[in-house]
Design a protein around this ligand. Structure first.
Ligand code: ADP
Ligand code: MG
Length: 492
C-alpha cells in the first residue's frame, strides 16, 4: 500500500475540528478530488488513538447516501489520514440562509434526510452523539444537493440496537439530551433529542434551549423546558410541533425513534399537509444564530491561537490538533463522570481557555487531552512569572486566596497573593531560565486540574558562574468565569 504522500497531493484547508484539520486532496492516480481529515497522532495517548480507530471503523461501516463516505484510512509519518468523499456544498444552515425561498416543506425535506442518516446509523448500532447543524453538510452547491451527516468523532458502537449504557459525557451543550446532562445511561434516543433541537431551529431560526449560563441551560434541558412562542410559532403547522414534542420527550423510552419519525405525517404527507409559504423570519433567525456562533468561534480561535499555538512537524499542517480541542477529553469516556468543556458552539474546534461559552462540544477523552495541554502551558507561564517576578501575570493567573506550601518558609500553610507579592519584592531570587519538565496532569472532574512536575531553575551568579536548582512542584488549577486560576501551589 502506498503512503499518503505517494498517493495524494494536499490542497487547501476545508475546515477544522477538535483534533483535526480537513484539507482537499487530489488522488494522484485518477485526479479525483477528495477530503483528507488529518490528525497528528504523535502526541495522542493510546486512548485517543483508540478513539480515532473507532471513528474510522464506524465511518467504514456507514455507507449511505446521507452520510459522508470514507474511502480509506492511511497512517503516514505520524499523521492519520481519513480520506472522505469531498462534499462541496458547505454546512446545511449556511445554504438555508442563502436561499431566496424557504418554507416548512423545505425544513421537512432536510429533516427527512437527517432522519434517513440517523435511522441507518441506529440500524447499524451506531449512536452519533454529536448531531448538530455544523455536522450536516451538503453534497454540492447544486439545487438537488443532499444532506450528508459528517463527523463521527464522538460516535459509539452499541452491542445491540436497544443497549443503554453510560458511554461518557459527550456532545455539544445545546444539543445534549436530559439523560446525558443527568449522567444517566443512554442510547440511540439521544440522537433523536438532538434531531428535535435541530428541527426546532430549522423552523424558527433559534434553539429551544438557550442560556449564556451553562448551568441554566442544563436546567432547561433537564426539565424539557421550552415553548412555542408567538407570533413565529403561530404560523408553524401543528404536525411540526407534534413531531418536535415527541422528539423532545424527556423520557428516552417514550421518545420517537428515527424509524417512526420517518413515518410521521409531517414527513410522509409533506405535499398535502405541510405549509409551503416562505418563512423570511426563520432565515433571518438562522442568520443571527450562525453569526453568533461564528463570532464566538472566531474569538475563541484567536484566543486559542495566541496563547497556545504550536508548530507541528509537518509543514503542511499548522496545529491540526488543537492542543486541546475544542474540546476534548476528560477522563475516561467510558465511565468517568468527568468531562467537558470546550469551546464555542462551533466549537468543536477550539477550546476555551476561559470559561467556555454555552454551546461547545464536549468529549471526555478529547477534553482531557486538550485540558492537559492548557494546564501545562498555564503552569509554564505561571512558573516563569514567579521566576521572573512578573507580578501582573502572577496575579492574573492566581486565585486571590491561593494557598501555598513552600519548604523554604517551613511547614506552614501560606494564603493569599500578598505573600507572593512579598516574596517577589524581597526574598526570592530571580531566575534567568526556567524549565518545566515531566508534567503530569490529572483532571479532577471537568473544572479542577492537578499538575505535578519538576521545575529546573538556572540563575546567573556572576558573569562566570550560574547555579541550577531543581524542585518538585504541584499546582492545583480551577476553572472559573475568568479562565483557569491556580488555587494551590506546593513546592519542595
Ligand atoms: P472534527 O471531528 O475534528 O470536528 P469534522 O469531521 O467535523 O472534524 O470536520 C471538520 C470540518 O471539516 C467540518 O466542519 C467541515 O467544514 C470540513 N469537512 C469535514 N469533512 C469534509 C468533507 N468530506 N468534505 C468537505 N469538508 C469537510
Ligand atoms: Mg466537527
Amino acid at each position: 500500500m502506498s503512503t499518503f504522500s505517494e498517493a495524494y497531493e494536499l490542497k487547501e484547508e476545508l475546515g477544522r475540528g477538535a483534533f483535526s484539520i480537513v484539507k482537499r486532496c487530489v488522488r494522484l492516480h485518477d485526479g479525483v478530488h477528495l477530503a483528507a481529515k488529518i490528525v497528528n497522532i504523535q502526541k495522542l495517548s493510546s486512548r485517543e488513538r483508540q478513539k480515532l480507530e473507532r471513528e474510522a471503523r464506524i465511518c467504514k461501516l456507514l455507507k449511505h447516501p446521507n452520510i459522508v463516505y470514507l474511502h480509506e484510512v492511511l497512517i503516514d509519518n505520524g499523521f492519520h489520514y481519513m480520506i472522505f468523499d469531498l462534499v462541496t456544498g458547505g454546512e446545511l444552515f449556511d445554504e438555508v440562509v442563502a436561499r431566496e425561498f424557504y418554507s416548512e416543506k423545505d425544513a421537512s425535506r432536510c429533516m427527512q434526510e437527517v432522519l434517513n442518516s440517523i435511522q441507518f446509523c441506529h440500524h447499524n448500532c451506531i449512536v452519533h452523539r454529536d448531531l448538530k447543524p455544523e455536522n450536516l453538510l451538503l453534497s454540492s452547491k447544486s439545487k438537488d444537493a443532499v444532506t450528508k451527516l459528517a463527523d463521527f468523532g464522538l460516535a459509539v458502537e452499541l452491542n445491540d440496537p436497544n443497549q443503554v449504557e453510560w458511554f461518557g459525557y459527550a456532545g455539544t451543550p445545546g444539543y445534549l439530551s436530559p439523560e446525558v446532562v443527568n449522567k444517566e445511561k443512554y442510547g440511540k434516543a439521544i440522537d433523536m433529542w438532538a434531531c428535535g433541537v435541530i428541527l426546532y431551529i430549522l423552523l424558527v431560526g433559534y434553539p429551544p434551549f438557550w442560556h449564556d449560563d451553562q448551568k441554566k441551560l442544563y436546567q432547561q434541558i433537564k426539565t424539557a423546558k421550552y415553548d412555542f412562542p408567538s407570533p413565529e410559532w403561530d404560523t408553524v403547522s401543528q404536525d411540526a410541533k407534534n413531531l418536535i414534542k415527541i422528539m423532545l420527550e424527556l423520557d428516552p423510552s417514550q421518545r420517537i425513534t428515527a424509524e417512526d419519525a420517518l413515518r410521521h405525517p409531517w414527513i410522509t404527507k409533506r405535499e398535502s399537509l405541510v405549509p409551503g409559504f416562505h418563512r423570511q423570519n426563520t432565515i433571518n433567525g438562522i442568520k443571527k444564530f450562525l453569526l453568533r456562533r461564528k463570532f464566538k468561534a472566531a474569538i475563541h480561535t484567536t484566543m486559542f491561537t495566541h496563547r497556545f499555538s504550536k508548530k507541528t512537524s509537518d509543514p503542511n499542517i499548522q496545529s491540526p490538533i488543537t492542543p486541546m480541542n475544542n474540546e476534548r477529553t476528560l477522563g475516561d469516556s467510558g465511565n468517568s463522570s468527568s468531562s467537558i468543556v470546550t469551546t464555542t458552539e462551533t466549537a468543536a474546534t477550539v477550546s476555551s481557555y476561559t470559561t467556555p461559552p454555552d454551546q461547545s462540544r464536549i468529549e471526555p477523552a478529547s477534553c482531557s487531552s486538550y485540558n492537559n495541554d492548557v494546564i501545562i502551558e498555564l503552569t509554564k507561564t505561571l512558573s516563569k512569572a514567579m521566576a521572573q517576578h512578573d507580578l501582573a501575570t502572577f496575579q492574573e493567573l492566581c486565585d486571590i486566596n491561593i494557598t501555598c506550601f513552600d519548604h523554604k518558609v517551613g511547614p506552614v500553610l501560606l494564603q493569599g497573593q500578598d505573600y507572593h507579592t512579598y516574596q517577589f519584592n524581597s526574598t526570592m531570587k530571580r531566575s534567568d531560565n526556567i524549565l518545566v519538565v515531566n508534567p503530569n496532569v490529572q483532571m479532577l472532574g471537568s473544572e479542577v486540574a492537578c499538575i505535578s512536575y519538576n521545575r529546573i531553575l538556572q540563575s546567573v551568579v556572576t558573569s562566570a558562574s550560574y547555579c541550577v536548582e531543581s524542585h518538585c512542584d504541584t499546582m492545583v488549577w480551577k476553572q472559573t468565569r475568568n479562565g483557569w486560576k491556580c488555587v494551590h501551589y506546593h513546592t519542595t
